[in-house]
Design a protein around this ligand. Sequence first.
Ligand SMILES: [Zn+2]
Length: 219
Amino acid sequence: MAPPAPSAIATAHEFVRLGRMFHRRGWVLATSGNLSAVLSRDPLTLAITRSSIDKGRLKSDDLIEVDDKGKPIGPTPHKPSAETLIHIAVAKATGAGAVMHTHSVWGTLMSDLFANKGGVSLEGYEMLKGLEGVSSHEHKEWLPIVENTQDMQSLATTASHLIHRHPDAHGFLVRRHGLYTWGADISSAARHVEAFEFLLEATGRAAAHRSAANRGQTP
Ligand SMILES: [Zn+2]
């Protein structure tokens, strides 16, 4: 088998670091979540974390290279992540260089609490400037929510349509499941994970505080 391209090696090392950090923060527990990066655009190939792997113990050979149908390129004993098709759909629809997916407590809770509104409005916080192209806390970020399903092809199609309807979005939530976000490169996508996780928790805690105050209770 040909040695991996230098970009694949750099990607693997960076994903090992991010996997451990995300796991430590509680965003990818119990083998959940996945990370991918575009290795080539034409034809589209991605490096993605393999299925059922603890992100806190990620090793550089836990990445699999896949084609634009999600099929592994070259022999491998491992399966790519179950959600590979969603990463491919996001990479195609956004032109992103990296796609990241987390299952944090706040992402999961907010995706359910705001599902009847179709999304969460994140606004007023300085952390919004962590999102690419946002230069003011006065920005309103609409984070759309889609229903969860185990039909990955269907979820990938839904994600693709959603991105075309919300071209300014930096991510979306899957209900009772988690966050998808992306960026021009790995560091940009990772920054979006950090910004969204902060914004979801801050917005969730503020909503709980207001709700308790309205009931005359101390939250
Ligand atoms: Zn997931």
